[in-house]
Design a protein around this ligand. Structure first.
Ligand code: ZN
Length: 152
């Protein structure tokens, strides 16, 4: 089976978030058959919900569609390294593979910070692939925060 990345869809979602004034992070959940079952982006401002990160919304949407609290065999693509909260949610959801774009020195919890998957308390560790289309994700975030600083 040839590998097909779904990061382009996650980046499209991230751009949509930026257009809504949300921090541009997008996520996509793909099932075993390679079908997209969730395609969402960050909505913390819109929903007045600090937990409404793209990964959490993607997990909720995919689980609701599947009628299960676990996403066994599913993969998640996200444009930015998940924070500790999202990494814990991904472990609880039993996500098989995590593909992420830009690393997040400020809030990342996978390769730095809390390193959630490295803890003995973490009962499920997904395969992790980082740096997927990282330059595009970084450019989106940089442009978004530069614009915010200018007060636009
Ligand atoms: Zn998060």
């Amino acid at each position: 089976m040839t590998f097909r990345s779904f990061m382009d869809l996650a980046l499209t979602e991230a751009r949509a978030a930026a257009a809504r004034g949300e921090v541009p992070v997008g996520a996509v959940v793909v099932d075993r058959a390679g079908q997209v079952v969730a395609q969402v982006s960050n909505r913390t401002r819109e929903l007045h919900d600090p937990t409404a990160h793209a990964e959490v919304l993607a997990i909720r949407a995919a689980c609701a569609q599947l009628g299960s609290e676990r996403l066994v065999g599913h993969d998640l693509y996200v444009t930015l390294e998940p924070c500790a909260m999202c990494a814990a949610a991904l472990a609880s959801a039993r996500i098989a593979r995590l593909y992420y774009g830009a690393s997040d020195p400020k809030s990342g919890g996978v390769a730095q910070g809390a390193r959630v998957f490295a803890h003995v308390q973490c009962h499920h560790v997904p395969e992790v692939y980082d740096g997927i289309d990282a330059a595009a994700a970084e450019a989106l975030l940089k442009a978004f925060f530069a614009q915010k600083r200018e007060g636009n």
